[in-house]
Design a protein around this ligand. Sequence first.
Ligand SMILES: Cc1cc2nc3c(=O)[nH]c(=O)nc-3n(C[C@H](O)[C@H](O)[C@H](O)COP(=O)(O)O)c2cc1C
Length: 163
Amino acid sequence: MPRLLIVYHSSTGGTRQMAEAAAEGARAEDGTETSLKTAAEAGPDDLLNADGYIFAAPENLAAIAGVMKDFFDRSYYPVLGKIEGRPYAQMVCAGSDGENAVKQTARIATGWRLKMVQAPFIICTHAQTTEQILADKTIPDTDLSTCRDLGSAMAAGLDMGVF
Ligand SMILES: Cc1cc2nc3c(=O)[nH]c(=O)nc-3n(C[C@H](O)[C@H](O)[C@H](O)COP(=O)(O)O)c2cc1C
C-alpha cells in the first residue's frame, strides 16, 4: 500500500489544525496509509519510507519556522538522490504573507527533485499584533476543508498511481 507522510510544525496551533485536516482527508482514502508527524519527530527514515509528502509550515520572520527548517536540514543530505520524482505538496500558515516560506520549501523540494503535484497554498490567520501572533489560532472550517481536500487528493493520487 502506498504511504503518505505529512510533516508539520506549529507553535500556536494553526498549522497543526491544517496538517490534521489533511491527514483526516487522506485517511478517508482506504488505499493509502497516512502518517502524520511533527517536524521535531520526523527525519530521513520517514522520508525514505514514504511514497509522497505534504509539508506544512508556519512562516516566521519571512522564512519557514526554524523547527521545520531543522527537519529539512537534518534530512536533506541523508535522502538526497534517494527520493527523486516522488510527489509532494505544501501548505503554509502565515499571519500576513507566507510567500517566502512557500518559496523556501519549493527550493528544498527542487533540490530533492520532488515533483510538485498540487499548487502550494497559504492560509492567513491575519495575526498582526504581538497579542494576536502569540494567541492560539483557530483555522476556519472553510480553510480546513481545503486542507482536507489536499490530503484526500494526495492519498487518492498515490493509491491510483497517477503521479
Ligand atoms: C516569531 C514570529 C515571526 C513571524 N513572522 C511572520 C512572517 O514573516 N510572515 C507572516 O506572514 N507571518 C509571520 N508570523 C505569524 C505566523 O505565521 C502566524 O501566527 C501563524 O499562524 C503561525 O502558525 P502556527 O499557529 O501553526 O504556529 C510570525 C510569527 C512569529 C511567532
